[in-house]
Design a protein around this ligand. Sequence first.
Ligand code: 4AD
Ligand code: MG
Length: 430
Amino acid sequence: MKTTISQSPQFIDQTVTIGAWLANKRSSGKIAFLQLRDGTGFIQGVVAKSDVSEETFQLAKNMNQESSMYITGKIVEDTRSPFGYEMQVSSIELIHEANDYPITPKEHGTEFLMDHRHLWLRSKKQHAVMKIRNEIIRSTYQFFNDNGYVKIDPPILTGSSAEGTTELFHTKYFDEEAYLSQSGQLYMEAAAMAFGKVFSFGPTFRAEKSKTRRHLIEFWMIEPEMAFVDHNESLEIQEQYVSFVVQSVLENCKLELSVLERDTAKLEKIKAPFPRISYDHAIELLKEKGFDDIEWGEDFGAPHETAIAENFDQPVFITNYPAEIKAFYMKPDPDRSEVVLCADLIAPEGYGEIIGGSQRIDDLELMKERYEQHGLTGEAYEWYLELRKYGSVPHSGFGLGLERTVAWLSGVDHVRETIPFPRLLNRLYP
Ligand code: 4AD
Ligand code: MG
């Protein structure tokens, strides 16, 4: 019977065959312990000299790390291992003998590991992070599908910029200039006018010269957009969505969270509603915390966000930023036009901004004014303005950065470990 490591607990006391790689091993005179992996999980294979042929025992003892094999044996319970099961091996069929695998169980430097990312993905910790990423994606689709959203895919090659022109990747589009998408938002607004509630999930690109633990050049964003939904209603959707994802990861990634030694008590607390503080209040709070230089009108950096987040054990919304420091499409507060109806959601424990969202300007004249102020003239936006011409309605949306959310829930420090093949300021390889 051929099976996988994750399915093997269904075969207790039965003999099965698994296609696997050797992650690690140790052996003594009479017994060899093989740490096996097959992509679905990790299991220990116990090879006792007395139970197998001399040939099999020698093979088990001498096999190199990352050699591949079909391995056959009996699945038994093993309460000492985190997985809870092991295999009592009866035979091994070597498929391919690996030689000099570069990532050994000793410590390696980050640059070395990043250069070997195509192999590093096989390691236990990286495997756990990618499984958590997968669960965030799965539960995202579940949340939006269950709540009546339609998945819409905005284009990646575009003629317009959504988030300002300084961080665009340029490319030639035959005879025209084109950019790689920074955000699908403008197209999602068109989609919301056609389908009501929509979401996208795709890669976005920012030519940002930032070398921080929160910035990638290519990252994945989930962008819901909702017609007939105002700013406050959007915040409620955001906190419900984030709570749902956190609880799904806690429920479905127990093993992965334990491999990563994540403090799950902190995640258990993440339940809607989340606290909201205004930008004005955040400035006061920062001054109290000793950030004497910060002035009203300045944007927050990572140290500011971390200082604010320290006051809460839930993610916190910072609302109503000055219009000056935010994107052109955000709707001014009707009671106070120097601030806009927007919020950034700041994750706890120093993981920073995971969501940026806002209510959008729905008035044609105001939109024209604002985009011209931002130097965004041109044909590329004509279609976007038409959304305000034909049945304009109040609408809101937001973007959640997948990798920062993975970093937070996995408890890893740097976003470079939260995407299979990170694109960083100095890295396009592998
Ligand atoms: O705040 P941002 O720039 O918002 C937008 O792009 C809006 N158009 C979204 C919308 O309303 N539909 O980006 C949204 C999120 C951030 O909160 C952050 O989590 C993530 O995207 N993000 C990055 N993640 C990794 N590397 C980068 N360089 C990122 N830039 C933004
Ligand atoms: Mg933002």
